[in-house]
Design a protein around this ligand. Structure first.
Ligand code: ADP
Ligand code: MG
Length: 322
């Protein structure tokens, strides 16, 4: 397949987004928004660093890469609209595999009515996939890490640690010896960006949000820093799946706080809005759990209460016990 027919093959016949004026097929795409704030992000995935054909079929490489991007939009409270894909294709990848990557992205994109409107296709040494997403919020309604306030409840969607557990199973080749291994693997290769939940929050005036790409320790610290607050998390409240305790305790702990790639949302909201958050979660059939609270700046950073001992948790890679 040559470059031209490849581009033809990934071009959508129809588009979901009415704001699109010109999609794939010209020098650039055109869309028109009159009253919204535009939210955009880009993420790049390199073979051997962010994924490997050995542990993940090309379909899931695409699925997961777009999921990570849509998760960034969700963490801003944005509705996804478009994505662009820049891909570097090495000689040793088959055209079917490249098509599978795009099909994986397409499955998730279809779920969220998100249209592919452009990209770039080049050859090179290493497979490299770079996705740009474009979304929008009502004017002034983007959700910032800097919006946490003392007294807020800290919450998280879904369970944490599952993705790393799935990766562990995939790479240890110990599938047979774990219960629910299919569930954990699926959480790793097909993470669910919390788009609907982020959209559901639109009636709440202030929410701080961040998505879990590096692990709660990093994400909570980013909120604490940006908002100039102290965050307390209670280990016993942090939600994990029902068979998570089958893994060695130290791994459970590491994956929960430093593992990441769960693409759940972590955030803070005023206690006054907590019931509303619970209602939104119930309507979406999504688990949302209170895991801690926000206090003033006086200690700075994030503190974890684990078995009645308070330890300060730092961003990934640093874990100083206090
Ligand atoms: P140009 O030479 O003007 O940059 P290209 O031949 O690179 O144009 O691209 C032609 C059209 O195909 C453009 O609309 C571009 O956005 C789209 N396109 C190219 N590669 C991709 C890709 N990997 N994913 C999505 N769209 C692509
Ligand atoms: Mg080009």
């Amino acid at each position: 397949m040559d470059e031209f027919s490849f581009i033809q093959s990934i071009k959508q016949q129809t588009y979901h987004q009415t704001s699109l004026v010109k999609g794939i097929g010209d020098d650039a795409a055109v869309f028109r928004f009159s009253n919204e704030d535009i939210v955009t992000a880009v993420d790049t995935f390199v073979d051997g660093i962010h994924f490997s054909k050995a542990t993940m079929d090309p379909y899931y490489i695409g699925y997961r890469a777009l999921a990570a991007n849509l998760s960034d939009l969700a963490a801003m409270g944005a509705n996804p609209a478009f994505y662009l894909v820049s891909i570097v294709i090495p000689e040793n990848w088959l055209m079917e595999e490249i098509t599978a990557i795009f099909n994986g992205m397409k499955e998730l994109a279809t779920t969220y009515n998100t249209d592919i409107i452009g990209g770039d296709t080049v050859s090179g040494k290493e497979l490299c996939l770079s996705i740009t997403v474009i979304g929008y919020t009502k004017k002034g309604m983007a959700r910032y890490r800097s919006d946490a306030r003392p007294g807020d409840i800290m919450f998280v969607t879904g369970n944490v640690g599952d993705s790393q557990a799935g990766f562990h199973i995939l790479t240890e080749e110990a599938e047979a010896s774990y219960r629910n291994s299919d569930y954990f693997i699926k959480r790793h290769i097909m993470p669910s960006p919390r788009v609907e939940f982020a959209q559901g929050l639109s009636g709440i005036s202030r929410v701080a949000l961040n998505d879990i790409s590096d692990g709660i320790a990093s994400e909570a610290n980013e909120i604490a820093e940006a908002s100039h607050v102290t965050i307390y998390i209670d280990d016993s409240m942090v939600p994990v799946s029902s068979t998570y305790e089958q893994f060695p305790y130290e791994l459970q702990h590491k994956w929960k706080y430093y593992g990441g790639e769960d693409f759940e949302l972590i955030g803070t909201v005023s206690e006054d809005n907590w019931e509303e958050i619970m209602q939104i979660a119930t309507n979406l059939n999504l688990k949302v759990t209170k895991i801690g609270y926000v206090d003033t700046d006086k200690r700075a950073g994030v503190y974890l209460n684990r078995n009645n001992k308070i330890e300060k948790i730092l961003k990934k890679g640093y874990n100083h016990l206090r």
